[in-house]
Ligand binder design. Structure first.
Ligand SMILES: CC(=O)N[C@@H](CCC[C@H](N)C(=O)O)C(=O)O
Length: 371
């Protein structure tokens, strides 16, 4: 299988969550070209579930990848850059899919003892495909006994495996707030309620939730990634919208941060005599690695001489956390050595990591050391 060619082809057709139609067709075509005698394939919305029958199965192993892109205008300078204006695989899901296809090729040409489900999950970046997929009849019928996944990590050398037991990724919640006040002439502020000022005050105030309300030994993040509002430079804005994300290391801290955000909204409404409509969008449960399976995977990597690093938890989110809430398993970082990070328009992961990841995942599945 031409991993590099596949990754580059996928890189050219990024699609947003639940719109991955070309991606799904591309993946199905690749899967159809594999030996079919041990395969069964199902689609679920824009995702795909593939079962590979083992030679003498005791259990079913699950491996999941995500397939959606981000609304980012690519600036890599690649000759194979995205053909979809304003959309890019800026979080490495082109790598994730290629690795899952490579794994399928190995499993079909070198069958292992256990059954394997390979999951191509849509909409990880939003609105979240893991939870509805997990609850679907298609998935329930094939629910594996253990499950694992990876995410590329630009900060580690290509091919490095970085992992820890327990909490790996944070709880996340999106944050959307629409402020509605009274517009007016720029020269008569006393006759209006300026929503650019109200939204700006809110954005600066809420950082004190992290610095003053959260236990400093805990950790949280509130990032506002987008603000829009108003109509023209000399018209006081009647409306403004902020879009952001909240991160917390426990579900309890997430609830507490949200309570504080709501208190600040009430304060802004009173002070600026406006209305604020709040929407938490997609919420992801923390990624919590099963201790026993993670240690078995770490021992396998060490014994096989795969470069292993024990990493700290990260404030990134992943809806794979929902799979791990129900099924024992783990997620790990795969080093891809890129100067630019995740979600950057210049992300350029090192393609050498792809073959390495396939070797590690297939090797671990074939080793039987997961039971
Ligand atoms: C690995 C990674 O970058 N994941 C995303 C998940 C997005 C969650 C959701 N859309 C949000 O923005 O809260 C991340 O931003 O961490």
């Amino acid at each position: 299988m031409d991993y590099i060619g596949i990754r580059r082809a996928l890189h050219q057709i990024p699609e947003l969550g639940f719109e991955e139609y070309k991606t799904q067709a591309f993946l199905l075509n690749e899967i159809n070209h594999l030996p079919q005698d041990r395969l069964e394939v199902k689609t679920w919305r824009t995702g795909i579930l593939v079962k590979v029958f083992g030679t003498k199965p005791d259990r079913t192993l699950g491996y999941r990848c995500d397939i959606d892109g981000l609304p980012v205008q690519e600036e890599t300078g690649y000759s194979f850059k995205s053909e979809h204006e304003g959309c890019m695989h800026a979080c490495g899901h082109d790598f994730h899919m290629t690795i899952a296809l490579g794994l399928l090729e190995r499993l079909t040409t070198h069958p292992i003892k256990d059954d394997v489900i390979v999951i191509f999950q849509p909409a990880e970046e939003g609105p979240g495909g893991a939870l509805p997929m997990l609850q679907s009849d298609a998935f329930r019928a094939w629910k594996p006994d253990m499950i694992f996944a990876l995410h590329i990590a630009p900060e580690y050398p290509a091919g490095t495996i970085a992992i820890k037991e327990g909490l790996l990724f944070a709880n996340t919640s999106e944050l959307f707030i629409d402020f509605k006040g009274t517009g007016g002439h720029a020269a008569y502020p006393h006759l209006a309620n300026d929503m650019v000022v109200a939204a700006s005050a809110f954005v600066t105030q809420i950082q004190s939730i992290i610095s003053r309300r959260l236990n400093p030994l805990d950790a949280g993040v509130i990032t506002i990634g987008k603000i829009t509002g108003g109509t023209k430079q000399n018209i006081i804005a009647e409306q403004a919208r902020i879009e952001g994300t909240i991160r917390a290391l426990s579900p309890e801290s997430m609830t507490s941060i949200k309570d504080q955000i709501e208190a600040h909204i009430a304060g802004i409404e009173a002070a600026y005599q406006c209305r604020a409509a709040l929407d938490y969008g997609a919420n992801y449960y923390q990624v919590y690695n099963n201790y026993v399976l993670t240690r078995k995977f770490m021992a396998f990597c060490e014994n096989e001489g795969h470069g292993l690093t024990v990493c700290p938890e990260a404030m990134t989110g992943e809806d794979f956390g929902y799979f791990l809430k129900e099924i024992p398993g783990f997620m790990f970082w795969l080093g891809v050595d890129s100067e630019y990070g995740l979600h950057s328009s210049r992300l350029k992961p090192d393609e050498q990591a792809i073959a390495k990841a396939i070797e590690v995942i297939f090797g671990f599945m074939a080793s039987g050391e997961h039971s």
